[in-house]
Ligand binder design. Structure first.
Ligand code: PMP
Length: 419
């Protein structure tokens, strides 16, 4: 057996952490972090089960709470027409596309949905993929390569970063929303690369502020780059009829090369889209790995989104109500002297606390008082930038919002007083 050991090279001790997950240092660090969170005395705050449709309220352990923890911004999840459309899609096509669309998974519903999205946005065409995160990874990762440069906002979502890493392009993060610094980078570096991509988000999901789209459009035109906007949190939420950041600023949709959005938020489903020129969409449909080598969107998911778009077109007041609710929440929070960071004109309102454990404690104290709001801690936000993040919905009542801000101010004062 010594001979075998030598053949396999196992005479040199290989640390267990290299072949056993429970010995991984990263896993042990996770265990320590979870223990520290549990030491606050309120159990595990992660993976808390929500027992029915989440909207302005949610049910946890049979108890109803006011809810600010979901992406159901305009109440489409749980909407009767949206549910019905998903059910109709199942009745007709079953629950899965059962193949890549390129091969045998295409349903009439897919094209209908893509045309509806393109139409709603004002783009020539669109493509839908099975995950929002995956849409960013495969689109950025596929379209750009080693001779290219990707310039992304420093607060970009993980899916954008993963796309950048996948691409193999040169990468530069520019300071958040700072188009002046971006202009300097472009002046200096544009000539050295083939394609250049600028990536921004419509509404930033940790801070609730809005990208200065017209300034980025001017830069992309001047330096002949592509511009991509991730509308995960701006589609359905900003603009007079919920059509997102182009409507908010009155920017022509064709001034953005790559519109990206998720179907998991305003559109009550699961998946992502890219909208833009016919050429872009056709190219992605035949070549993007995350589309070609992945199953087509499931019929119920496609059906739900299609109905959500129809409902929003018929009921744009949902977006207006959402905007009014967000405005009320923000102004009340500011009146109480709470730190709402950069949030402006969006349904994402952070309350910045600073310390991670304190944020977790505050979230748990709010929960005890009947309000469900998640905390965000490093590495989702910078060290010492820990916060609670409120997602306002169109269905919240004025009473719910006033009560929440009152309780929040009270609990934060208590927590600060007790150290
Ligand atoms: N982009 C942004 C800005 C996001 O916030 C998210 C998810 N919250 C995604 C992409 C990924 O979308 P999904 O959750 O639908 O996969």
């Amino acid at each position: 057996s010594d001979g075998i050991k030598q053949d396999l090279g196992t005479d040199r001790a290989i640390p267990e952490e290299y072949y056993s997950f429970d010995k991984l240092p990263e896993y042990q660090k996770l265990q320590e972090d979870l223990k520290q969170v549990a030491s606050l005395g309120n159990g595990n705050p992660f993976f808390v089960s929500q027992e029915r449709v989440v909207n302005d309220t949610t049910v946890v352990d049979g108890r109803e709470l006011i809810n600010f923890a979901t992406y159901n911004y305009i109440g489409m999840c749980g909407d009767r027409k949206v549910d019905q459309s998903a059910q109709n899609a199942i009745a007709r096509y079953g629950t899965s596309a059962s193949a890549s669309r390129l091969i045998a998974g295409e349903k009439p519903l897919h094209r209908e949905l893509e045309q509806a999205i393109a139409n709603f946005i004002g783009a020539e065409d669109s493509i839908v993929m099975v995950g929002g995160h995956a849409t960013n990874v495969t689109t950025i990762g596929h379209l750009f390569g080693k001779d290219d440069l990707v310039l992304y906002d420093a607060l970009s979502h993980n899916s954008i970063l993963q796309g950048c890493f996948t691409s193999g392009a040169s990468l530069v993060a520019f300071p958040h929303n700072d188009f002046n610094t971006l202009a300097e980078i472009l002046r200096d570096r544009r000539p050295r690369y083939q394609k250049v991509l600028i990536v921004i988000e419509g509404v930033y999901s940790t801070d609730g502020d809005i990208a200065d789209l017209p300034a980025f459009v001017a830069l992309k035109k001047k330096y002949k780059t592509f511009l991509m906007v991730d509308e995960a949190h701006s589609m359905g939420t900003i603009g007079d009829t919920g059509r997102g950041i182009s409507e908010y600023f009155g920017v022509n949709p064709s001034d953005v090369d790559i519109w990206m959005g998720t179907l998991s938020k305003s559109f009550a489903s699961c998946g992502g889209y890219i909208a833009g020129s016919k050429a872009l969409i056709e190219y992605l449909k035949y070549t993007a790995p995350g589309f070609v080598f992945s199953v087509g969107m499931s019929p119920p998911n496609a059906g739900a989104t299609l109905a959500a778009i129809e409902v929003l077109k018929a009921e744009p007041q949902r977006a207006v109500q959402l905007q009014n609710n967000a405005k009320l929440f923000l102004s009340l929070a500011k009146e109480k002297g709470l730190n709402t960071g950069m949030s402006k004109d969006s349904p994402v309102i952070p309350i910045i606390v600073g310390n991670s454990l304190k944020s977790i404690q505050l979230s748990q104290n709010m929960f005890k008082r009947g309000i469900n709001v998640p905390f965000m801690i490093y590495p989702s936000v910078p060290q010492n930038g820990a916060r609670l993040r409120f997602f306002v919905t169109c269905n919240h009542t004025e009473e719910q919002i006033r009560l929440t801000v009152d309780i929040l101010a009270e609990e934060l004062t208590k927590l600060n007083f007790n150290g």
